[in-house]
Design a protein around this ligand. Structure first.
Ligand code: NAP
Length: 302
């Protein structure tokens, strides 16, 4: 069997088109567009490239986007004051602080200072709690798990009653996606198991999975014989395993590998996400959707 590829690059385009259309409609009816601010502290090239991509995507879908760059030596108090300014700015619906922050700043304190109703990353304890309660309480699911669930839904994979096994228990992927899949509602209603480094027989759990979600950060951790024939395999892992010269730009780029042995797994699974081009493109896409949702909550449209 050759699995159906679930391509994040294609789903991203669909969702960004939908967002662009909705933003234009809201602008026409209500005279406002979503406002997204990204706060960047310092000049780390990786952070700059993430922020640039977020701002570019926000611009593409018609948001009012602000990139607020601060110097490396900004004090914690000044950064907190900046967040307070955006918390109180009616034109801003989403506030992002690009991590990591310099060592003299307490990241947790800064992230917890963001108004939970503008926390479009979904990391504030209030939003984590809302996600746990589920249903109407949920405002902003964290973007990577939100993207994973959307991919499963759009691929037409049945989740109700499905055995879902999640490899990994991080706060940004494993725990939230497990929590989302166990809720009552569309794209969920699953029976969920979370496995991690202390799990006794990883292979046995994976073999039961109708939907296997792998977020461990270990290249080729999941072997083809661990996959149930026909299962849906979502590979969240992004592992740099070397470098190569890009045919497009002639520059050095990283060779990326997922947590699943893709070439062998695709012959057994029913659905599979590639790396790169699978889950990766979904994270910023869902950030845009959360920012649009934030404005819709404010306007009473949700
Ligand atoms: P993390 O915080 O390092 O957590 C990894 C989890 O996997 C931990 O719970 C760990 O178990 C478990 N694990 C590691 N090795 C294992 C093994 N051999 N057997 C069983 N469990 C194992 O990682 P993360 O932030 O969740 O990210 C996971 C992967 O997803 C990374 O490759 C990351 O780059 C990628 N990622 C991609 C996106 C995206 O595409 N947009 C977003 C986020 C993350 P313990 O808790 O027992 O240590």
């Amino acid at each position: 069997m050759s699995a159906k590829l679930i391509k994040g690059t294609e789903i991203r385009e669909e969702i960004l088109e939908e967002i662009t259309k909705e933003v234009a409609e809201i602008k026409e009816k209500h005279g406002v567009v979503p406002g997204l601010v990204t706060i960047l502290v310092g000049e780390s090239p990786a952070s700059i490239s993430y922020v640039t991509l977020k701002i570019k995507t926000a611009h593409r879908v018609g948001f009012n986007e602000i990139q607020d760059s601060q110097s490396e030596d900004i004090s914690e108090a000044d950064l907190l004051a900046l967040i307070d300014k955006y918390n109180n700015d009616d034109s801003i619906n989403g506030i992002l602080v690009q991590l990591p922050l310099p060592k003299h700043i307490n990241e947790k304190k800064v992230l917890n200072a963001i108004d939970p109703d503008k926390d479009v990353d979904g990391f504030h304890p209030v939003n984590v709690g809302r996600l746990m309660i589920g249903g109407d309480e949920v405002k902003f699911p964290p973007c990577t798990p939100f993207g994973i669930q959307e991919m499963i839904i759009r691929a037409g994979v049945e989740t109700s009653g499905a055995e879902v096994v999640v490899v990994g228990r991080s706060n940004i992927v494993g725990k939230p996606i497990a929590n989302m899949m166990v809720q009552k509602g569309p794209g969920a209603n699953s029976t969920v198991t979370i496995v991690h480094t202390r799990t006794k027989d990883l292979a046995a759990h994976c073999k039961r999975a109708d939907i296997l979600i792998v977020a461990a950060g270990v290249p080729d951790l999941v072997k083809p014989e661990w996959i149930k024939p026909g299962a849906c395999v979502i590979d969240v892992g992004v592992n740099r395993v070397g470098e190569k010269i890009s045919e497009k730009t002639g520059k050095k780029i990283a060779i990326l590998k997922g947590d699943v042995d893709f070439d062998a797994a695709k012959e057994i699974a029913g659905y599979i996400t590639p790396v790169p081009g699978g889950v990766g493109p979904m994270t910023i896409t869902m950030l845009m959707l959360n920012t649009l949702k934030s404005l819709k909550f404010k306007l009473g449209l949700m």
